[in-house]
Design a protein around this ligand. Structure first.
Ligand SMILES: Nc1ncnc2c1ncn2[C@@H]1O[C@H](COP(=O)(O)OP(=O)(O)OP(=O)(O)O)[C@@H](O)[C@H]1O
Length: 240
């Protein structure tokens, strides 16, 4: 029987070490990271510039090979999988949101959101149907046929969120999702990520410098000089 009081780790990092370069130019960026990210939570990863946050996200995504340690994602030993299997696993289980929305300019909002489904060989009409449902969930049901250039920055990030979630990924990885937005739009995007991104069987990891959004997280891990130097549980008034 599952004890629902014990959170399960969706991502388990143990002893992660990563260097770039060799010899005199070798820089060790991750110096032994131990971290669990639990299902149902939104974890913020903060810390000084150059501290290794993006490098750690790339390792969790299986995009970057690590030198030492183990990365488990949803019970799969990612660091031990060959590259091709990692790519498939990533497509099935992870969604990504970046500072730059990275929408394809020639495609409508609905077509952009449908891309991950088309890559998975879901037929076009079904992919577009699901994309429109997702756009509805992010409040852009009436913008499905718009091109990105006709949308505001906040709306483009909503499209990017819909695209990241259309595949129902269990792990949502966000790198500075509010950095290109003004304060109010950043808040709205975080509210949306909490509302549609967070779920009991899913987790959200967000790298951010934006202290205005820190209170949206469930926990905040501070990565400084290649190590996790503190983890804080964030208390939110009015929520359980
Ligand atoms: N491919 C690479 N080759 C060499 N060095 C790299 C590479 N990728 C990252 N680094 C170095 O690793 C260090 C950490 O970079 P990373 O982007 O992970 O930091 P960060 O914490 O995300 O920083 P920021 O908050 O400024 O985005 C930096 O010193 C960077 O120059």
């Amino acid at each position: 029987m599952t004890d629902h009081h014990t959170p399960s780790a969706a991502v388990s990092l143990r002893g992660i070490v990563k260097s770039f370069g060799t010899g005199d130019t070798k820089v060790t960026v991750l110096r032994g990271i131990d971290l669990d990210i639990y299902l149902g939570e939104m974890l913020l990863l903060v810390g000084e510039s150059g501290g290794g946050k993006t490098t750690l996200l790339s390792a969790i995504a299986g995009i970057l090979d690590i030198d030492e340690g183990n990365i488990d994602v949803l019970g799969v030993p990612l660091s031990a999988l060959p590259a091709g299997k990692r790519t498939t696993f990533r497509g099935q289980t992870m969604g990504f949101i970046y500072q730059q929305f990275n929408l394809l300019p020639a495609l409508t909002a609905a077509e952009n959101v449908a891309v991950p489904l088309l890559i998975q060989r879901i037929n076009r009409s079904e992919a577009l149907r699901r994309a429109r449902v997702m756009l509805d969930r992010v409040g852009l049901g009436d913008r499905a046929e718009f091109l990105p250039k006709s949308l505001s920055g906040g709306q483009q990030q909503r499209v990017a969120i819909a695209r990241a979630l259309v595949n129902e990924p269990r792990l949502l990885i966000c790198d500075e999702p509010t950095a290109a937005l003004d304060g109010p739009n950043g808040q709205k995007i975080m509210e949306l990520l909490r509302e549609v991104g967070r779920a009991p069987d899913r987790c959200v990891v967000i790298v951010t410098h934006d202290s205005r959004i820190f209170h949206f997280g469930d926990r905040m891990a501070n990565l400084t000089d290649g190590r996790i130097v503190g983890i804080e549980t964030i208390t939110r008034e009015g929520t359980a």
